[in-house]
Design a protein around this ligand. Structure first.
Ligand SMILES: [Zn+2]
Length: 288
């Protein structure tokens, strides 16, 4: 982590003009009509559950979201270091949360080659079906918009508008959802995350405030885009001492409070699948 921090700080200085805000990412996909009910922008919460530590904190995190009037999507690794308990799956569904698939093993093997992807795709499709999930996000935010066509999904959420700190750092340079056409009538919606990840801000850069989030949120709102957040239960400390690989739940909680008090009336608070359903009807495309 220490080495990663030094490299990331160097990268941060180099990326000053393109992170966290890349002005060119305000571009709208072709045919974008705006948000439902005249809302100004959209706010979407996602949680990738990396390991056992995260799994154990899902309920606490869901309860925090719920208490502040939010619903979110929990993305679980189907064949990683834990198994998703039926009780948790049922609880999330009953409370109005969404469940998505996060990679298959989360060991970096999915995108190692096209062959590897093709081998794992049928298993991912099985898990999507058995969980009643329609969304996917790859481990380490690896992405290939062609290969993803092998998944039976409504949406993928493995890309970002700008994030030079990811191992595959090419952003899609838009803060809007867009349609990726497959073969025939098939295709899927791509939902880039557009706010920096919690791990980047609070673990790598050791930020002590939520200023980067609120600034980016304001910018996304001003341009009518989609503020899509990814926060990992694995890294949230709900009390007690907390490891160095954790940040205080109070930071996250204060961000949610900020969003709801500032934007309550003008924002569409939606699950990723709702944004994807809306986008799939319109099929706005992103021109290079
Ligand atoms: Zn992950």
């Amino acid at each position: 982590m220490a080495v990663r921090r030094i490299l990331a700080n160097r990268q941060r200085r180099r990326s000053r003009g393109s992170w966290p805000i890349q002005e060119s990412a305000a571009r709208r996909p072709e045919g974008w009509p705006g948000w439902p009910d005249g809302k100004k922008f959209a706010f979407v919460l996602t949680h990738d559950v990396e390991g056992v530590r995260g799994l154990d904190r899902c309920r606490k995190l869901a309860e925090m979201d719920k208490a502040l009037g939010f619903r979110s999507c929990f993305n679980f690794v189907p064949e990683g270091e834990y198994r998703l308990p039926d009780t948790l799956h049922t609880y999330l569904q009953q409370e109005g949360f969404e469940v998505g698939v996060h990679d298959l093993h989360h060991d970096g093997s999915l995108y190692r080659s096209f062959r590897s992807f093709k081998e794992q795709a049928p298993k991912i499709n099985q898990h999507l079906q058995s969980w009643g999930a329609v969304g996917f996000r790859a481990g380490f935010m690896f992405h290939n918009l062609e290969w993803i066509k092998n998944l039976n999904i409504l949406y993928d959420a493995s890309t970002f508008d700008t994030d030079p700190f990811e191992p595959q750092p090419d952003g899609v340079e838009t803060i809007f959802p867009f349609w990726v056409q497959g073969n025939g009538s098939k295709g899927y919606v791509e939902l880039p995350y557009t706010l920096p990840q919690d791990s980047t801000l609070f673990l790598v850069f050791k930020e002590r405030t939520i200023d980067v989030w609120t600034k980016k949120l304001d910018w996304v709102a001003a341009h009518g885009g989609m503020a899509l957040v990814n926060v990992h239960p694995d890294y949230i400390n709900f009390g007690g001492k907390g490891a160095s690989s954790e940040f205080s739940a109070e930071l996250y909680e204060s961000f949610l409070k900020h969003v709801s008090s500032r934007y309550r009336d003008v924002c569409w608070f939606a699950l990723p699948r709702e944004v994807a359903q809306y986008t799939a009807q319109i099929k706005p495309v992103l021109r290079p």
